[in-house]
Design a protein around this ligand. Structure first.
Ligand code: KIV
Length: 291
């Protein structure tokens, strides 16, 4: 299938009544069927992480069709050093906030480390919490062949699953933060992982930090969409961690991140201006006062 340019996508009138994932008008949430139809049309789409209601509402109004309540919340929202300590209680609370802040986007809740590795039954119990208590429409979990039984049971139980292969940050203690799929053997394993999650019923798969050529091959071979992060330009969708993309993250961000604004600087300058006004006695003024 051929990829469309952004202009072609905007002109296209798909069979579901003119609805495109990004830029389409909608009065209901995006569903996994819409995601499958976008792959059929060759339409690329953006995904962002979100961890709270207010930020998620900004992304929803901007037309972001899929949001991931990622366990990257560990580093980006909760002050942990990695995703490993994040708990299911924390993911449930954050996911519920994102669902409340949105009305159009498909919300994917991440299953944190330790909430599905024991096996399919544990995975179903954890995913059920995210669906029932938080109201997410889908869940994500890490692992290819090693997680296919979990994916299969969730899908059979009616819970759409986004898979995640390549670099899987919950395994940082075993694999570090390194490019995955380099070399023939590793590339073949990545392809096996991709096919395994598709066969198990995943509706999409995240490819994290894999060579662009390999991500392009996986995207050609699969009939479900690939969502790239550090995986080059050929995947069906692209995801970024919002605090990286909007420049709120302190310190270094990965090479694959494009920073669209420096929110850390914008916010820091505004906070200093407020503090200066208070210290200098120029805030509040008459218009900010009640009588
Ligand atoms: O937790 C997360 O934000 C993720 C994305 C990087 C895909 O898994």
């Amino acid at each position: 299938m051929t990829q469309l340019t952004a202009a072609q996508t905007a002109q296209k009138k798909p069979s579901d009544g003119g609805r495109t994932l990004y830029g389409g008008k909608g009065t209901r949430r995006i569903t996994v069927r819409d995601i499958a139809a976008a792959k059929e049309r060759g339409e690329k789409w953006p995904m962002l992480t979100a961890y709270d209601a207010m930020t998620a509402s900004v992304f929803d109004e901007a037309g972001i069709p899929v949001m991931l309540v990622g366990d990257s919340a560990g580093n980006c929202h909760l002050g942990y050093e990695s995703t490993v300590p994040v708990t299911l209680d924390e993911m449930t609370m954050l996911s519920a906030a994102v669902v409340r802040g949105t009305s159009r986007a498909l919300i994917v809740g991440d299953l944190p480390f330790g909430s599905y590795q024991e096996g399919p039954v544990q995975a179903l119990r954890s995913a059920t919490r995210l669906v029932k208590e938080a109201g997410v429409q889908a869940v994500k979990l890490e692992g290819g062949e090693r997680s296919h039984e979990q994916i299969r049971l969730l899908v059979e139980s009616g819970i759409p699953v986004m898979a995640h292969i390549g670099l899987t940050p919950q395994s940082v203690n075993a694999m570090g933060y390194r490019v995955q799929g380099r070399g023939e053997e590793a590339a073949q394993q990545l392809l096996r992982d991709a096919k395994a999650v598709q066969d198990a019923g995943a509706f999409a798969v995240v490819l994290e930090l894999v060579p662009a050529e390999l991500a392009a091959e996986v995207t050609r071979v699969l009939h479900i969409p690939t969502v790239g992060i550090g995986a080059g330009p050929e995947t069906d969708a692209q995801v970024l961690v919002w605090t990286d993309m909007l420049g709120l993250t302190g310190g270094r961000v990965p090479k694959f991140v494009k920073q669209y604004v420096n929110l850390r600087e914008v916010m820091g300058d505004a906070v200093k201006a407020f503090a200066d006004d208070v210290v200098g006695g120029t805030f509040p003024q008459e218009e900010h006062s009640v009588h």
